[in-house]
Design a protein around this ligand. Structure first.
Ligand code: TRP
Ligand code: ZN
Length: 324
């Protein structure tokens, strides 16, 4: 059994604020005795950038256009899936990631996972984030799961833009054939040598994070990852709940089953928002979190921008905080 994440408390996002006074001395620096940040001589923890919602939405528009041009979906074994993968891969390649396409077969059709490594960091301590990139055949899959795919892509691009040099190694993944039963992610985990599996400190999953009648759900798995997300939302003044809409219903399940610490975020699928949930989150009680779940109306109109923005920022925060 693996220890919770790195097995120690993380001082996520703790950044000292110092003020230069007129005389040039530095005010607000803690004395050595009460200094709680990194030891002298080590770099201060870098804070994650705000993830630009406009960029995340631009990726969603591209996924929508791809679906529209390819029979209305981005499903496994259909041309809209491969076009989605090529779009994400081109962005990552241009940003300096080392990308790899992993092929598999499911239901007689070729499927693809996309794996992107950010060069550097300790290869024995890998922090991973992933999302399924396939839709169902009945629609374009913009909330399920263009939302997670776009936010993970934008987080990876933010890593590149900022020149972030984390202590741990970062790996991002886009899974194929999730909608056929977690096929792509299971294929990846099963094909990883067990020595490499043991190097994954944590896997963070994002499947449906812009639901139109959103809830703010955090996976109740690895305690360090869970706390990282909960603390982030607490800082925003946004209440969270534990994800209960089907444990094991997304790509974190194969990782969890292999003993990898997992976590993630979710804004709700076809369960209905209760009145207590509407009281704390707004939106409509008695209606599903996503009334277009697995249907043709899961378009760019099926996104709550506030939820997408908060969850995207939370992903970036967690990647930064957990990898330093
Ligand atoms: N994985 C499901 C899908 O893609 C959506 C889903 C339902 C889900 N319940 C969940 C995702 C709980 C994460 C957690 O269709
Ligand atoms: Zn999904």
């Amino acid at each position: 059994m693996k220890l919770p994440f790195s097995g120690r408390a993380l001082t996520a996002g703790a950044v000292a604020v110092v003020t230069l006074t007129a005389g040039g001395s530095v005010a607000g620096v803690a004395s050595a005795a009460d200094r709680s940040g990194p030891a002298p001589g080590t770099a201060a923890a870098a804070a994650a950038p705000d993830l630009p919602i406009a960029n995340v939405k631009a990726h969603l528009s591209q996924f929508q256009s791809i679906a529209t041009a390819n029979g209305g979906n981005r499903a496994h074994g259909r041309p809209g899936y491969k076009a989605s993968l090529d779009y994400v891969k081109a962005k990552l390649d241009a940003a300096g990631f080392t990308t790899r396409i992993q092929q598999f077969t499911a239901s007689g059709r070729t499927g693809y996972n996309l794996i992107a490594d950010w060069p550097g960091g300790d290869a024995n301590q890998v922090v991973m984030a992933g999302s399924h990139l396939d839709s169902v055949t009945s629609g374009p899959g913009i909330n399920d799961n263009g939302s997670g795919s776009a936010a993970v892509l934008e987080t990876a691009l933010a890593v590149a833009r900022s020149g972030f040099k984390p202590a741990k190694h970062l790996r991002f993944a886009w899974w194929g054939a999730e909608e056929l039963g977690l096929v792509g992610s299971r294929y990846y985990v099963n094909s990883l040598p067990s020595a490499d599996r043991a190097k994954i400190d944590g896997y963070l999953n994002f499947d449906m994070i812009g639901s139109p009648n959103p809830g703010y759900f955090v996976y109740d798995d690895d305690p360090v990852i869970e706390k990282t997300f909960k603390d982030y939302f607490a800082g925003l003044g946004v209440a969270t709940e534990i994800e209960t809409e089907g444990d094991g219903r997304s790509d974190h399940a194969p990782f969890k089953n292999a003993g990898v610490p997992v976590g993630g975020l979710f804004s709700g699928a076809d369960y209905r928002k209760t009145s207590a949930q509407a009281a704390k989150w707004g939106g409509t009680a008695g209606q599903p979190f996503d009334r277009c779940y697995h249907s043709s109306c899961d378009t760019t109109a099926n996104i709550n921008d506030t939820a997408l923005d908060r969850n995207g920022d939370a992903i970036a925060h967690a990647i930064w905080a957990l990898s330093q």
